[in-house]
Design a protein around this ligand. Structure first.
Ligand SMILES: *Cc1c(COP(=O)(O)O)cnc(C)c1O
Length: 377
C-alpha cells in the first residue's frame, strides 16, 4: 500500500451544500455561501473584513494593487517561498528584494530587514511557513518606523497564532489559500483579509472587476460603474459552498492534523537529541497548526537517500521550495545573491505525509523506518 504525501480530505458535507447552492439559483460570485464563509471568519476568527478569492495568488495580486505598487517600487520577502508571493508584485512592476531565513526556521529573518530597506521600499511580505508565525512585533515595528505596508502570505497559516492573535489579522493585508494541499480546501480557493480600514472600500471594488457593484447591491449607489482597476477575483458560489462544508469541520480537521504533527515530533525526539537530524523550531510566540511536518537532513545527498529509502517502502516524501533568488527568472534580471539559510532549507528540508486520513499505524511505520534510516549511519 502506497502512503501518499497528501490526500485531500472531503468532509462528506460538500455535495449537500453545493446542491443547495445550485438550488438557490445564483451560483456566481458573492452569493449566499460566499457571505456565509465571510461571516464564519468574522465571527469565529475575528477577522475584520474578508473577501473570498479564486486562489491565494489572486489575493496576493489584490494586495499588490491595494498598496499601489508602481514600477520601480521595492518589496522585501523571503527567498524561501512559493512563486506567487513574488509574482503578484512583479506583475505590477515591483522589484523583489529577497531576505534570508533564520538558520533554524524557514521564516524571514526579521533582523536582516532594516539592512534591505531603501527609499524605494514599499512593503514587506512575510510568509508564515508551515503555519508558524513570523516575528510580527519586530516586523510591524520596522514597518511603522519606515512607513511600509506589511502583507502576510498566510496561505499555510489557517488556525495558527502569534501571541494569541490569529495569523492573518496582524499585517495591513493577508492572503490565505484553500488549495487542495492546504488544511481547509476548496479545490482552488483563497481569501484576502483586510485589516486596515483604509483599504476596505477599494478592496471590494478591485474584487468586482473595478466596479462599485457591491455598493450598488447594498443600495448605496443607484447604478454601478467602472471606478478603478480590478479583475474577476471572486470565486463561484459553488466553490464557496464546498469551502463552507470544510469550515464547519475545521475543529475536527485541525485536531486530527495537530495530533499527527505531535506524533511525528515525539517520534523523532530521540534522533534530534542525538544530533542525527533537526526538527521544526517553534518560537515561543508561535503555534503550530498541523499544516506540514518537516525534517532537516544534513545534506542534499542524505535527503535524496532518505527519499528513495522511503519510496522503496511505498512512502512518498517531498522536498519543498527552491530558493527564488536562484530561479532562472530572477537570475536573468538580477545580480547573484547569497542567502545561505534559504539554500539550506531548499537542499535539506523534507516534508512527511500529513493528511486527515493518515492512520496511526501508517504514521508509526513512517516514524520507525526513519528512525532505522538515521540510526544505521
Ligand atoms: C499554497 C501557497 C500559495 C499559493 O496558493 P494558491 O491558492 O494555490 O494560489 C502562496 N503562498 C504560499 C506560501 C503557499 O503555501
Amino acid at each position: 500500500m502506497m502512503i501518499p504525501f497528501n490526500k485531500p480530505y472531503m468532509t462528506g458535507d460538500e455535495l449537500y451544500y453545493i446542491k443547495d447552492a445550485v438550488a438557490r439559483g445564483k451560483i456566481s460570485g458573492n452569493g449566499y455561501y460566499t457571505k456565509k464563509c465571510h461571516e464564519y471568519f468574522v465571527q469565529n476568527v475575528g477577522f475584520k473584513n474578508c473577501l473570498l478569492t479564486s486562489s491565494c495568488t489572486d489575493a496576493l495580486e489584490m494586495a499588490a494593487i491595494l498598496v499601489n505598487i508602481q514600477p520601480g517600487d521595492e518589496v522585501i520577502m523571503p527567498s524561501y517561498t512559493f512563486v506567487s508571493t513574488a509574482n503578484a508584485f512583479v506583475l505590477r512592476g515591483a522589484k523583489v528584494v529577497f531576505a534570508d531565513s533564520y538558520h533554524n526556521n524557514p521564516n524571514i529573518n526579521a533582523d536582516t530587514l532594516e539592512g534591505l530597506i531603501t527609499n524605494q521600499t514599499k512593503a514587506i511580505i512575510v510568509v508564515h511557513y508551515a503555519g508558524v508565525a513570523c516575528d510580527m512585533d519586530k516586523i510591524m515595528g520596522i514597518a511603522n518606523k519606515y512607513d511600509l505596508f506589511v502583507i502576510e502570505d498566510a496561505a499555510q497559516a489557517i488556525d495558527s497564532y502569534y501571541k494569541n492573535k490569529p495569523l492573518g489579522s496582524i499585517g495591513h493585508l493577508a492572503a490565505f489559500s484553500f488549495h487542495e494541499t492546504k488544511n481547509i480546501i476548496a479545490g482552488e480557493g483563497g481569501m484576502l483579509v483586510v485589516n486596515d480600514d483604509f483599504f476596505e472600500k477599494r478592496a471590494e471594488i478591485i474584487w468586482e472587476k473595478g466596479t462599485n457593484r457591491s455598493a450598488f447591491f447594498r443600495g448605496e449607489v443607484d447604478k454601478y460603474s467602472w471606478v478603478d482597476i480590478g479583475s474577476s477575483f471572486l470565486p463561484s458560489d459553488v466553490t464557496a459552498a464546498f469551502l463552507y462544508a470544510q469550515l464547519e469541520n475545521l475543529e475536527k480537521i485541525q485536531s486530527r492534523r495537530k495530533h499527527l504533527w505531535n506524533g511525528y515530533k515525539d517520534g523523532f525526539q530521540q534522533l534530534a537529541l542525538d544530533g542525527l537530524l533537526k526538527l521544526p523550531y517553534i518560537p515561543e510566540y508561535a503555534t503550530t497548526n498541523g499544516h506540514l511536518f518537516y525534517l532537516i537532513c544534513d545534506s542534499i545527498e542524505q535527503r535524496s537517500q532518505l527519499i528513495s529509502f522511503l519510496k522503496d517502502y511505498g512512502i512518498q516524501c517531498v522536498f519543498h521550495y527552491l530558493s527564488l533568488h536562484k530561479s532562472p527568472f530572477y537570475q536573468r534580471e538580477n545580480k547573484p545573491k547569497i542567502l545561505k539559510n534559504s539554500d539550506n532549507f531548499a537542499n535539506c528540508l523534507l516534508r512527511l505525509p500529513l493528511y486527515y486520513e493518515l492512520d496511526m499505524e501508517d504514521q508509526r511505520k513512517i516514524i520507525s523506518l526513519i528512525n532505522d534510516f538515521f540510526n544505521k549511519r
